[in-house]
Design a protein around this ligand. Structure first.
Ligand SMILES: Cc1ncc(COP(=O)(O)O)c(C=O)c1O
Length: 394
């Protein structure tokens, strides 16, 4: 591979060693490259292609919307049918209290809006997040992310941010009447698929209720069926005050979404007016994709088979001596190996044999699998055969 394959084309590069696959097209669980190769996308473009690449229903909705209109006005001034459809589709599958959506352009942007909303609701400044958390790469979302190696070059970040241990009862004491919000990934992704106890989640909810603190659940990665239910919090017997979605919500288009009650969301309209604004938020094309994507989830009952497929894959992976631990919920996996170097060799072996896996930023001894939820048993078997070879060869 040439040095700096993106930079040399005038494109920003984020690592010195990008995979630099030259993509021709993508369909279902496969990415096809210009050199005629076919790859299993076992990471769904990092948690995005949950209904597979190029779903025909989403493509049809996009074509239809293109014929009607694209951007017409900054968010919040006009009524646009695609936005209304997306909001109705989303709120219809959420608890009654989560009845108002603010669609934005990315996960990190939705996190920014959620943090601002929590400050506006409570009039407080203290933000509590969890050790191991990843919430995005803008200044605000990075402030509530934990990995100091990724943050130190960009300090100073937001003030009054505190971290508690994830899934640790004793640390809930740090939540007080000074706290604007606690922001938590319902299942931590980048920390290596860390699944909290239901008891901890319920205690967290209770503590937030007692102190009138907003509970923000970040389901940007673990939502949209990834963990075997449409939203991971359904498995935790709690409802957040503010829910943040992104990634797979857009069916392949860039989106983030903050969901809260109408009463809370109304606070963005005054003191100050235009409390959160963004030109392209709720873009009609994106919202058409969101609505169509949610229809696909319903029509194809996408979530129903996810846990069974996940357990089948986990059982296969647990057979190998190289595998120290498999953490799995639905089709969301972290597979712990001996070291970072072993992870690199497994990922490279898989890639060389047509299977895309990946690593985690904050859990370097683990590799990541999160295939499209539509993957068939036959496709699982074919991809696992390659992963099995890789695990045996290291
Ligand atoms: C849990 C979580 N929150 C927030 C984000 C940020 O989303 P985006 O990359 O769309 O800004 C991510 C991205 O990986 C994520 O996994």
């Amino acid at each position: 591979m040439p040095q700096d394959p993106l930079l040399s084309l005038g494109l920003a590069q984020t690592t010195l060693y990008p995979f630099a696959l030259e993509v021709e097209r993508a369909q279902g669980v496969f990415i096809y490259t210009t050199d005629g190769k076919r790859y299993f996308d076992l990471i769904s473009g990092i948690g995005v292609s949950n209904v597979g690449h190029g779903h025909p229903h989403i493509k049809a909705a996009l074509h239809e919307q293109i014929e009607k209109h694209l951007h017409v006005m900054v968010y919040g001034e006009y009524l646009q049918a695609s936005q209304t459809r997306a909001a109705q589709a989303l709120t219809s599958v959420l608890p009654e209290s989560l009845n108002c959506c603010y669609f934005v352009n990315s996960g990190a942007e939705a996190i920014e809006a959620a943090l601002k909303l929590a400050k506006r609701i409570t009039g407080r400044t203290q933000l509590i997040a969890c050790k191991g958390a990843y919430h995005g790469n803008t200044h605000g979302s990075m402030s509530v992310s934990h990995n100091e190696k990724k943050k130190s070059a960009f300090r100073p970040l937001l003030p009054d941010v505190h971290f508690i241990a994830f899934n640790a009862m004793h640390d809930l004491e740090n939540i007080t009447t000074q706290t604007a919000c606690v922001i938590v990934e319902t299942i931590q992704g980048d920390a290596g698929v860390r699944i909290p106890d239901v008891a901890w989640m319920k205690a967290l909810r209770k503590k937030c209720d007692e102190t009138c603190t907003m509970l923000i659940l970040d389901e940007i990665q673990c939502g949209m069926g990834r963990a075997g239910s449409l939203f991971a919090f359904e498995q935790m017997e709690i409802v957040p005050d503010i829910l943040v979605l992104g990634k797979a919500l857009g069916g392949g288009l860039p989106v983030g979404c903050v969901v809260a009650s109408r009463e809370f969301m109304r606070l963005f309209t005054h003191e100050p007016m235009l409390g959160h604004i963004s030109t392209f938020a709720g873009h009609p094309l994106v919202c058409a994709a969101v609505a169509a994507n949610l229809e696909v989830f319903q029509q194809e009952n996408i979530v129903s088979d996810v846990e069974r497929k996940g357990q089948r894959m986990a059982n296969f992976l647990r057979q190998f001596e190289a595998v120290k631990e498999v953490r799995q919920r639905g089709l969301f996996f972290a597979i712990d190996l001996e070291s970072e170097d072993v992870v690199r060799r497994v990922v490279e072996h898989c890639m060389a044999h047509g299977v895309i896996t990946f690593w985690f930023l904050s859990c370097p001894w683990s590799f990541r699998i999160a295939p499209p939820l539509t993957i068939t048993d036959a496709e699982i078997d074919e991809a696992l055969a390659v992963i099995g070879q890789a695990l045996q060869s290291v």
